[in-house]
Design a protein around this ligand. Sequence first.
Ligand SMILES: Cc1cc2nc3c(=O)[nH]c(=O)nc-3n(C[C@H](O)[C@H](O)[C@H](O)COP(=O)(O)OP(=O)(O)OC[C@H]3O[C@@H](n4cnc5c(N)ncnc54)[C@H](O)[C@@H]3O)c2cc1C
Length: 338
Amino acid sequence: MSFSLKPYNTFGLDVKARDGMVVRDFAMFPAAFDKIRKSSAGFIVLGHGSDVLFKGDYDGAVIVNRLMGVEFSEDANTHYVKAQAGETFHDLVALTMKKGIYGLENLALIPGTVGGAPVQNIGAYGVSLSDFCRYVEVLDLVTGKVDRIMGRDCGFGYRDSIFRIPENQARYIITAVELAIPKDWKPETSYAALRSRNLESPKEIFDFVCSMRKIKLPDPRVLGNAGSFFRNPVVSRETLAVIQKSFDNVPHYPAEGDPDMVKLAAGWLIDQAGCRGINLGTAGTYENQALVLVNYGGATPEDIVNAARHVQGRVEDAFGVRLDPEVRIYGEKGECQL
Ligand SMILES: Cc1cc2nc3c(=O)[nH]c(=O)nc-3n(C[C@H](O)[C@H](O)[C@H](O)COP(=O)(O)OP(=O)(O)OC[C@H]3O[C@@H](n4cnc5c(N)ncnc54)[C@H](O)[C@@H]3O)c2cc1C
């Protein structure tokens, strides 16, 4: 194991990969492909590692994407912003704001790279990457060519896309994303936290979103974490009714595509199960947001896994609802279960 992953996972876990390299320009890809070919346990492309948990050392090759550059173009109605995959997503949001291109402000301060953004179709405060994604540019390891996958073909859903499918993980390296941002800016303030404020300009929304996120979420540079650890579970209306017998005001939302199912708020379930702000030694949940598992200092991968299982167990005991991880989990041989 020769490649330290400590700088490349925001949990700050001291884990290693058998091999790896940081790719800063296209000329470095042949050397990266060589490492991939030699690896018996496959490969993982990483951006900032803000959505991954390594359960231990990884026996394969890691390609860290640091392709940089942003290009702007426009037509009568639309700004087009093409960013290379290694750009920091928040820097892109801030740059568009500076240039008077508005629309991304609700996505401010989401950690990670531009290349990581389409993988789980990042979203916050009522806006998702898919609202703007014109195409994702990929290096296709099957054809050996650079290709464009149009936004409508990316299979975007709630924290989902075709790039999460294992075959595609082994096939595509995302090299750039082009966003199409309408010039006719309309504020997106339908999300409850924004609706009650009088936010009228993109700058006001940007500033509000940044201040909310700073209060609610731990800065990974200070407290290791990977954002929301679990997905919001989708349950039947019968399950909701059972929970409502014991709890008032259970937050729930319509589940996409199935009127008989509802989405529950995982953070609320964890909170009500008494797991907000718990510290099991070196790992636990964040005091201001129960959905975020944190490394309180010196946690091993096992400590994070134990904390996650503890939370899962407590929620299952309290509500009979199973929480599934939203973060991508990797073990010795590649992606795996918690
Ligand atoms: C404090 C905090 C708050 C967060 N808040 C939000 C939020 O509000 N909304 C939200 O949606 N997410 C949130 N996240 C999760 C995270 O920010 C996003 O998932 C982000 O897009 C991950 O980007 P990354 O570059 O760090 O990806 P990584 O964690 O490095 O990778 C994530 C996955 O994408 C794949 N991948 C990454 N880059 C490439 C590439 N170039 N080509 C192919 N595959 C690639 C990896 O293999 C991996 O499977 C939060 C995380 C943290 C730590």
